[in-house]
Design a protein around this ligand. Structure first.
Ligand SMILES: *Cc1c(COP(=O)(O)O)cnc(C)c1O
Length: 417
């Protein structure tokens, strides 16, 4: 490892070097048994991950995108169905929906949590949908039946699920969680008066084990969690060419299995996930402490009392985002933007016919957010240096002021909430 002063956005080397012997053991076992696809390594990981998530089943698949696709298909989303989601997410959310034959339609996000705004969902269902003669819920926009909702637990924080689930029940809609950034995140249900884990609240949920996620493989991987035996059984067929047994194809499926080596690696790393998530929460608390003096706390991540986030990302909001990123880059500090272009304005989705202004919260947020370095092994010293450079930039960027007794706000407040 270098002793350079630079601070990466994400450190994927340290945790793997620390676990090198165990991880090499997985590879050796696979070589010695030639168990490369399926088998006990995959089944053991599935059991352990279901236990971690508090679900009856977990089905390992080849990516988070496939997890979402299989979860939607197995839960009964069919060709031409509208699936409601948010424009503020990674495109894999809508890829999963489209590949399942669905048509994504969007509702705006909540400005505090950056997740689906239940009030916007209510407005959509009440105002943008109608009933046909047979009582089906139809989108006025596309004239297609609305059958499912995909809330995304972005940045490691659950969407506000109680009102979303209530609306889903009221309108007879399926809920599939995109939990690809939320392994271990928790949500306090006021309705049930208990904490619930991400991945347990809908019919099924998709997780990604892309290397940079809180639980990452050394390659591509994903999983579906569900408490539904039929959904689980269907996904096991879908991922394996629709086979119920060898060469008996009950349906046309996919090549969407998980490699045994990746499952073994994930199993080794899963044992550390609770600790890593706790460390991320400590790192987030430390950033919050360092940035307290910015006063405008709405620009720091907002964690409602009903949320225990696992800080896949630590995202702040600032007016001169590009300036701040350039300053931090020059200081050797890595940052990212998650995500710069809302999905409804992506070229790929021109044909959906959305326009700028359709989802104002998402559009305002995506122009101002920046993700600071966040990983379990981040040190207090590194975070202090990030904070120091953020303050230095804001003092340069803002209008001249008398010698500041305390650091400048993170950004001038342009929203009052
Ligand atoms: C990473 C991610 C996905 C897709 O997962 P892959 O494993 O990369 O296919 C889907 N949705 C969200 C929100 C993600 O962050």
């Amino acid at each position: 490892m270098t002793v350079s002063n630079s601070i990466p956005f994400l450190d994927l080397i340290t945790p793997h070097v620390e676990l090198e012997q165990e991880l090499m053991g997985v590879f050796r076992q696979a070589l010695h048994t030639a168990g490369f696809i399926g088998g006990p390594m995959v089944e053991n990981f599935e059991k352990a991950f279901a236990e971690f998530c508090d679900t009856k089943h977990s089905i390992a698949v080849s990516s988070g995108t496939d997890a979402l696709l299989f979860a939607l298909v197995a839960s009964g989303v069919s060709d031409g169905d509208v699936v409601v989601t948010v424009p503020h997410t990674f495109i894999a959310t809508t890829e999963g929906i489209s590949q399942a034959g669905g048509l994504p339609e969007f509702v705006d996000i909540d400005e505090g949590t950056y997740n689906m705004d239940p009030k916007k969902l209510k407005e959509y269902l009440e105002g943008k949908c109608t009933r046909d003669q047979s009582g089906r819920l139809i989108s006025k926009r596309s004239s297609r039946p609305v059958t499912a909702i995909v809330p995304v637990h972005l940045y490691g924080q659950c969407a506000d699920m109680d009102p979303i689930l209530e609306l889903a029940e009221q309108y007879g809609l399926l809920v599939i969680e995109d939990a690809c950034q939320a392994h271990g995140a928790e949500y306090f249900s006021r309705k049930l008066n208990r904490w619930r884990k991400a991945g347990t609240m809908g019919r099924a949920a998709a997780f990604s084990f892309y290397p940079g996620k809180n639980l990452g493989a050394c390659g591509e991987a994903g999983a579906v969690t569900t408490n539904d035996q039929d959904v689980s059984a269907t996904i096991k067929m879908l991922r394996d060419h629709g086979q119920s047994k060898k060469y008996y194809h009950d349906l046309e499926g996919y090549n969407g299995r998980l490699d045994a080596i990746q499952a073994g690696i994930l199993h080794v790393k899963l044992a550390h996930l609770a600790k890593w998530n706790a460390q991320r929460r400590e790192r987030a608390a430390e950033y919050n402490r360092l940035f307290t003096s910015t006063r405008n706390s709405t620009l720091l991540p907002h964690e409602p009392s009903w949320s225990r986030a696992i800080y896949h990302l630590y995202v702040v909001r600032t007016q001169d985002r590009e300036g701040l990123m350039a300053h931090l880059k020059a200081a050797g500090i890595g940052t990212g933007i998650h995500y710069p272009i809302p999905l409804h304005l992506q070229k790929a989705y021109d044909s959906f016919g959305y326009a700028p202004g359709d989802f104002p919260v998402c559009e305002a947020v995506s122009a101002q957010i920046v993700s600071l370095p966040m990983f379990p092994q981040l040190t207090n010293e590194q975070q202090a240096r990030v904070a120091e450079e953020v303050f230095r930039f804001l003092q340069i960027a803002d209008a001249p002021k008398p010698v500041a007794a305390e650091p400048m706000p993170l950004a001038a407040a342009e929203h009052s909430a």
